[in-house]
Design a protein around this ligand. Structure first.
Ligand code: UDP
Length: 334
């Protein structure tokens, strides 16, 4: 395969870069559009991928790219993803995550490009009424971040009706881990995610990990999440692209393992993997954190023939540790 050209926005970010690497290995000609606000040039490791530095809302640039390349599809990762920041600065999120993609969609419409894979999120569900979460669960997001993503899902539904845009919205659960060979990984600044923070605490880069809440109605009182390996997320994007290239209909799919793991369990596994004690502090709940989120990944299996190849969180923590214990300490140069 494949020789097809694909535009990947946000391809220098965490999930984007793992997907770009896979697409290149599969023979796609990948054009990465990334403004490098959070992305890293060093995260694009396949020489065949072309990086274009710019914004998803830059019509002139997009028109040039669509004129130069005959894109069979677009994978849209580019977004801000700090839930807490979205509460204090909602307009930043609605501007970047909801408004900017309108320009991208308009240019796609102009050029007759009708395949769109979208990074959505389990944050579009809000507080779960029933577990595991299925795609038909009500979507009542509590944060502007979740709302900014849900609005794009609605826009995609409308574009399907209006001009036959076919889209796969992939609702990620907790993206985690790093590439198996340790070449690329998670490098956020600031970092807010549990697994890298636990490992930073092991390394002494932060004094301790604060466990947000110990009074949830779960077995050990800490929050339960569904951690999915970033390389599994990448294979799901490939499956979605192929689904659309094969004339498939629009879909909304959860991407998770279906396995729920608590914060305390993550800390215990991190101690086993690193052979070191994790310094822990117990704190209050983080506002907006549901106690229990687990995917029913059955739809993705049925409709995309995709399922997570790794369900054991140990592999997420092992690969994250491999990435972070290199001399660069889990940071791309620059
Ligand atoms: N968490 C925590 N301490 C931290 C960061 C996260 O206890 O410093 C918890 C958080 O409450 C949630 C889980 O770890 O239950 C995963 O949080 P993360 O921010 O990684 O992802 P989220 O589920 O918010 O998307």
């Amino acid at each position: 395969m494949s020789g097809e050209s694909v535009l990947v926005t946000g391809g220098a970010g965490y999930i984007g870069s793992h997907t770009v690497r896979l697409l290149c290995e599969e023979g796609y000609h990948v054009i990465v559009l990334d403004n490098l606000v959070y992305g890293h040039v060093g995260a694009i490791v396949d020489d065949s991928a072309e990086l274009v530095v710019g914004d998803v809302g830059d019509r002139e640039l997009l028109t040039r790219l669509f004129t130069e390349h005959n894109f069979t599809g677009v994978i849209h990762f580019a977004a801000y993803a700090y839930v807490g920041e979205s509460v204090t600065n909602p307009l930043k999120y609605y501007r970047n995550n909801t408004a900017e993609p309108l320009t991208l969609l308009e240019v796609m419409s102009d050029f007759g490009c009708k395949s769109f894979v979208f990074s959505s999120t389990c944050a579009t569900y809000g507080e779960p009424e029933k577990l595991p979460l299925t795609e038909d669960h009500s979507q009542k997001p509590v944060s502007p971040y979740g709302k900014s993503k849900l609005m794009v899902e609605w826009i995609l539904d409308d574009c399907d009706v209006a001009w036959d845009l076919k889209s796969v919205a992939l609702r990620y659960f907790n993206a985690s881990g790093c590439s198996t060979d340790g070449l690329i990984g998670e490098d956020h600044s600031p970092e807010t995610h549990l697994i890298p923070l636990v490992l930073q605490a092991v390394k002494g880069e932060i004094p301790e990990i604060t466990v947000f809440g110990t009074d949830y109605p779960t077995d050990d009182g800490t929050c339960i999440r569904d951690y999915i390996h970033v390389e599994d997320l990448a294979t799901a994007h490939l499956a979605a692209l192929r689904h659309l290239a094969g004339g498939g209909d629009s879909l909304r799919c959860n991407l998770g393992t279906g396995v729920g793991i608590s914060v305390k369990q993550i800390i215990d596994i991190a101690e086993e993997v690193t052979g070191q004690k994790v310094p822990v502090k117990y704190g209050d709940r983080r506002p907006g954190d549901p106690g229990h989120l687990v995917a029913d990944p059955g739809n993705a299996k049925k409709l995309l023939d995709w399922e997570a190849s790794r369900k054991d969180p140990r592999s997420m923590i092992e690969t994250a540790w491999k990435w972070m214990s290199q001399p660069h300490g889990g940071h791309f140069p620059g």
